[in-house]
Design a protein around this ligand. Structure first.
Ligand code: FMN
Length: 274
């Protein structure tokens, strides 16, 4: 971990643990199993869940969440989001089609994702943030850094929607640009927060973009649409250690510039503590 912290730009310094024990306690916290009663609670109790209970979620409830989420704002009210809900045999067929391509040791017909999931030369501090996430996650579930096969087995669980009873595939018309992709992000955040209000949890999954052609084929997604991501929706397995992952956020002062607050003011001292 020390190696990671030394890579962090001073301005973006986040407290990192120096021992495995400190790391484990910093990154672990109990997951909420109750319904969020406020927006703040929905935001703070949301986290990416990577092991769900098999308990069913009705498509009626999913439909309701999607309707409410569609109140998201969008530039020009384009509402550029489109969603495929997988809750039965289509989900099973997609999972098994992807599994057989993975077994063959390549991503088969897909030839990589339809867009660059990350910039190829990710710079600091983003590179470190991404590496810390991976290191924390694998450490929490006891996978050593060098155990590549175990890491791949964990990664492959993405392609089961982490056991969730419902999977969403989110697609966007190919003519859309950055502003519309950001609109879709706002819609997805609504879905994730509404899920918390109904006692559900989620995990957004770009991993599905790696199998976009398989998704087109199995879910009959027209060619004018691009697969952005998937999303698992279901009830959290509260006993799964992986669901205890509590990810870091940088301090407010490290991503906000308060243009009209002077550097040495009392106000800035208070803001810098956020
Ligand atoms: C658009 C998007 C795609 C993501 N894709 C994946 C994914 O494919 N697999 C995964 O395990 N987590 C995925 N995540 C979850 C992120 O890793 C997670 O949001 C981040 O580490 C912060 O943790 P938190 O969601 O628990 O707060 C994705 C998140 C977003 C917003």
């Amino acid at each position: 971990m020390r190696r990671f912290s030394s890579l962090i730009n001073r301005r973006n310094l986040v407290p990192l643990p120096t021992t495995a024990t400190a790391q484990q306690s910093r990154n672990k916290s109990a997951v909420s199993t109750t319904k969020a009663a406020s927006v703040v609670e929905a935001i703070t109790s949301r986290r990416s869940i990577r092991k769900f209970l098999p308990d069913p979620v009705s498509v009626q409830l999913v439909g309701r969440i999607l309707k409410e989420a569609s109140r998201a704002p969008s530039g020009g009210n384009l509402q550029p989001w489109q969603v495929y809900v997988l809750s039965g045999s289509t989900k099973d067929r997609l999972i098994s089609a992807v599994a057989s391509q993975m077994e063959a040791g390549r991503n088969g017909e897909n030839k990589g994702p339809p867009y660059l999931i990350y910039p190829p030369e990710l710079t600091e501090p983003f590179r470190t943030r991404r590496r810390v996430l991976g290191a924390d996650l694998y450490h929490l579930i006891g996978i050593p850094k060098s155990d590549q096969p175990a890491k791949l087995r964990q990664l492959a669980k993405n392609y089961t929607f982490f056991g969730a009873p419902v999977g969403l595939i989110i697609v966007i018309d190919k003519q859309m640009n950055e502003p519309q992709w950001s609109d879709v992000g706002m819609f997805l955040q609504n879905v994730m927060l509404l899920a918390r209000q109904y006692g559900l949890h989620t995990c957004a999954q770009e991993a599905w973009a790696n199998y976009h052609k398989t998704i087109h084929r199995i879910c009959n997604v027209p060619e004018n649409l691009t697969v952005f991501c998937g999303m698992a929706i279901g009830y959290v397995d509260p006993d799964a250690i992986i669901n205890q992952l509590d990810t870091e956020r940088v301090r407010v002062k490290d991503f906000v510039t308060f243009c009209d607050v002077s550097e040495n003011s009392e106000e800035m001292t208070l803001l810098s503590k956020l």
